[in-house]
Design a protein around this ligand. Structure first.
Ligand code: EPU
Length: 422
């Protein structure tokens, strides 16, 4: 299993190109199940999660090819070979549950393995299920699989989500595109990845309004066509690399970065004393003198501060002047990076969903263990700012969500390498 070795060094300088969003691509790919014509996604990130989704769609009978230049072509023209999403693939990645809505819409039945819990929390699927049931689906759990059917097809419905779940919103929006009648989804998630999905579905002929707001209205149509669609910029990769100059000092331009994708996060950087400026090609982040200031953070659905940047922000706060309080409100168990950061000399106290971080002058390199995707990258950021060498073990999590991470960081002057620790 690979490890990454980071040696702390001084200010970083240069440019980092930001890839297409993993979490947008993971919902755009299953959308191919809704049409018999080809869907071409450009600007797709080259990540192991995208390979897993490719494998899942292929197992259902879709033809999917990924090109080196970040193009993914997917097509489900023929009858699908099965509507069963097997546990062996689903267990690798929770986003596999995003085939449920499209399969139900197209084939009127689906069997999708329950993804189970994961390191960051229980992550049930009740919100997906109740919403699809409101649209006429009958769903039961048998042998670890959700057995869903909608004899005669799904029907439009008015439904309010108990919580603005990203995945449930995506499943319902996709399912509703081919349902009979109009679906009104209230308390829908507003994340940019959902806006991107709707833009793509609209190109495929879907009739949808209200994306980016809490009410999305979908008028079902008989069929969808193919489309070509560029995947939106990855706001989490963007925010992660914005933190590199914030934690090490220096000046880095994030190519393709957009303020509207990371508004709440930028407000916190500003309060911490890190400058963010729009340029012709993206965003420029700079921290010149002294330590950053401690700021408090509460994670919330978009447009609030994203849970997927909480671990990375904690790494920054470990080096800040003062005490900050980070409250995690989306996942119940997303502080596993805290004990690892403490191995590097960070002062953190965790009580339930709240972490209190007292900044230290300097973190110290140490061997640490990556426990999930965002935790892994937070340890790399901490390592960049630490004295000496940090060895991040179990980095396979990292490859799920960050392409060419060592190359991108080396290009701005970081000392980072991957080693195979057999
Ligand atoms: N939830 C339920 N019931 C449900 C669905 C969700 O209780 O039926 C709960 C979850 O357990 C969680 C909260 O609602 O506590 C939020 O879950 P949500 O459904 O919004 O998240 P998701 O769709 O499973 C996506 C991203 C996550 C990101 C969250 C929140 C993808 C593929 N994943 O997950 O990304 O953290 O939204 O923004 O889009 C990551 O990239 O590292 C990652 C974990």
């Amino acid at each position: 299993m690979d490890s990454i070795i980071v040696t702390g060094n001084g200010p970083l300088k240069g440019q980092i190109p930001i890839a297409g969003a993993k979490n947008a691509c993971l919902t755009l790919m299953p959308a191919t199940l809704l049409s018999e014509e080809p869907l071409t996604l450009t600007n797709a990130p080259r990540l192991s999660d995208i390979k897993t989704m490719t494998e899942l769609l292929q197992s259902l009978g879709a033809e999917v090819t990924s090109m080196q230049d970040g193009q993914v072509q997917a097509m489900s023209s023929h009858n699908l070979s099965t509507t069963r999403a097997e546990y062996d693939i689903v267990r690798k990645m929770r986003a596999s549950n995003l085939v449920l809505g499209p399969l139900l819409a197209r084939e009127h039945h689906a069997e999708v393995s329950l993804p189970g819990g994961c390191a960051i929390g229980a992550r049930p699927m009740d919100l997906h299920i109740t919403a699809l049931e409101a649209m006429g689906a009958e769903i039961e759990l048998k042998d670890g699989y959700l057995h869903a059917k909608a004899p005669g097809g799904l029907k439009g419905a008015v439904h309010e989500l108990r919580f603005a779940s990203v995945g449930a919103t995506e499943n319902v929006v996709m399912a509703a595109t081919l349902a009979k009648g109009t679906t009104v989804l209230k308390n829908a998630a507003r994340e940019p990845e959902i806006v991107d999905l709707v833009h793509c579905l609209r190109k495929m002929g879907a009739q949808i309004d209200g994306e980016g707001t809490s009410t999305i209205t979908i008028q079902g149509v008989d069929r969808l066509s193919g489309a070509t669609h560029p995947v939106v910029t990855d706001r989490i990769e963007l925010g992660t690399y914005m933190l590199a100059p914030a934690i090490c000092g220096g000046e880095v331009e994030l190519l393709g970065g957009r303020i509207d994708l990371v508004g709440a996060f930028c407000e916190k950087l500003d309060a911490a004393g890190v400058s963010v400026e729009e340029t012709d090609s993206g965003l420029k982040v700079a921290r010149k003198n002294g330590r950053v200031r401690a700021v408090d953070v509460v994670t919330e659905p978009f447009p609030g501060f994203p849970t997927d940047l909480q671990a990375q922000m904690m790494a920054l706060m470990c080096t800040a002047e003062g005490t900050s309080v980070l409250e995690e409100r989306i996942f119940e168990n997303r502080f596993m990076h805290a004990p690892e950061l403490m191995r590097m000399g960070a002062e953190i106290e965790v009580h339930g969903g709240t972490a209190t971080v007292t900044g230290v002058e300097k973190l110290k390199g140490a061997p640490v263990m990556a426990t999930d995707l965002r935790a892994s990258v937070s340890l790399i950021l901490a390592g960049l700012a630490a004295e000496g060498e940090t060895i991040v073990n179990r980095v396979y999590h990292l490859d799920r969500g960050y392409e060419r991470v060592e190359e991108k960081l080396r290009n701005i002057g970081a000392r980072i390498e991957r080693v195979n620790a057999e």
